[in-house]
Design a protein around this ligand. Structure first.
Ligand SMILES: Cc1ncc(COP(=O)(O)O)c(C=O)c1O
Length: 406
């Protein structure tokens, strides 16, 4: 080929701030991802991420299932699909949501999403406008804050205690801020591990109907209960006003990126169009893979194994904390999920302890990231699913030393 007219032109160019939408440019990177560069250093015991135990991934089963999918459904599984998702998977989810989530749910109420993180984005796109408030817990899941921040949300916050959101404090916030919706992780909340008690569930739903506010029931951990008794699902108690987000991330694998929304028909119709405008549809092959895996009955036994293992990890962490942490430190005792929450004496900044902890080769997430108001400096989140019991014991002993010096 001969020389083109552009061959002598400079090929370097810098995209400065003026090129980007303010929403994109000002979005903060996830603190947890930033922390990964420390927590992934060799020898560091990390309680920082929210990763499921890698040894729990059903690799052999999925290998066989992938093979079956390609042989039996290859041309369909590799083709474009429906924005709502693969029909048989939606049927399966509707049946399961019917048992665990709410009555009268059919495949028409389900959309398969790219993880529940996409569910959060779809909620933001569908309900938020710049400056609109979201009513949520303090602390709350940082990924929800990131998703809603993109739509320039503001936060009307309600504190938590061992029974989850202090719902009695919610009404005043609703009156003051007129939020677009209520966002809650009712079961084994990320980050604090607390569960919304049954009386508070009823109260929250009363409030939702009184003020005609949708509840976003973000429920990735509901099936991972290690002790205590199941609470009735918000979706079941609240019916149409509740939009539930689910995911296979914590009960099969997060890398597959398969989640779902359960919502009233008219909400699902809007979500479908919003989803279509974003990515056309969720990864078709992954949907077939997950469906083939769950339809064969593998999910419940798999969850039962996860529960046994994660219970032991949780118990190890709690017992070691009781042994090695000073009396001035308080923490939650989660009945399920992957996390617990530590409150340090008021004057202590978890961010400063973080670097001391890294010197001791142990990592956690400072709690400030989970505070919609960006304060809560004397808090931290610990994850117990991604380290063996021996590592948990060692890591907690190291943290105990860091606390003792504080
Ligand atoms: C409360 C909550 N919601 C949503 C998500 C996103 O999960 P995924 O997109 O992997 O389904 C997480 C992940 O940790 C979470 O803790």
């Amino acid at each position: 080929m001969g020389k083109t007219e552009t061959s002598g032109m400079p090929k370097t160019f810098t995209f400065d701030k003026s090129y980007f939408s303010p929403a994109a440019y000002e979005l903060e990177s996830s603190v947890i991802r930033d922390i990964l560069k420390y927590s992934s250093q060799p020898g560091v015991i990390s309680f920082a991420g929210g990763l499921p135990a890698p040894e729990s991934f059903p690799i052999e089963e999925l290998k066989a299932v992938a093979d079956r999918v390609l042989v039996q459904y290859g041309t369909l599984a590799l083709q474009y699909g429906l924005s709502r998702g693969y029909g048989p998977l939606r049927e399966f989810l509707a049946d399961r949501a019917g048992i665990r989530g709410g009555e009268g749910i059919t495949a028409d109420n389900i959309i398969v999403t790219g993880g529940s993180q996409q569910g959060l984005d779809i909620v933001g796109r569908s309900f938020l406008e710049p400056g609109r408030y979201v009513l949520c817990c303090r602390p709350t899941y940082v990924g929800a804050l990131q998703a809603f921040n993109f739509y320039r949300a503001r936060y009307a916050t309600v504190e938590i205690d061992d029974e989850g959101m202090k719902v009695d404090e919610a009404e005043a916030q609703i009156k003051k801020y007129n939020p677009a919706f209520i966002y809650v992780v009712p079961n084994f909340q990320n980050p604090a591990g607390v569960t919304l008690s049954e009386p508070r569930r009823h109260k929250l739903i009363e409030l939702a109907y009184k003020y005609r506010l949708p509840i976003i029931d973000d429920n990735p951990y509901g099936e991972l209960r290690y002790s205590g008794t199941d609470q009735p699902s918000l979706k079941r108690l609240g019916g149409d006003i509740v939009i539930q987000l689910g995911t296979f991330s914590k009960i099969i694998s997060p890398g597959l990126r398969i989640g779902w929304t359960v919502a009233a028909k008219e909400v699902t119709d809007v979500f479908e169009r919003v989803k279509q405008s974003t990515d056309l549809h969720t990864n078709q092959f992954a949907q077939y893979l997950v469906h083939e895996y769950v339809a064969g009955g593998a999910l419940d036994p798999h969850i039962a194994t996860l529960i046994v293992n994660y219970r032991e990890q949780r118990d190890t962490m709690l017992a070691t904390m009781a042994e090695f942490f000073p009396d001035t430190v308080r923490w939650t005792r989660p009945e399920g999920g992957l996390f617990l929450w530590i409150v340090l004496p008021e004057q202590i900044k978890a961010k400063e302890l973080f670097f001391k902890a890294i010197e001791e080769k142990v990592a956690f997430v400072p709690g400030k990231a989970f505070d919609p108001l960006g304060i809560m400096e004397n808090t931290m989140r610990l994850n117990f699913s991604n380290a063996s019991c021996a590592m948990i014991r060692e890591g907690i002993k190291r943290l105990g030393r860091v606390f003792a010096d504080m």
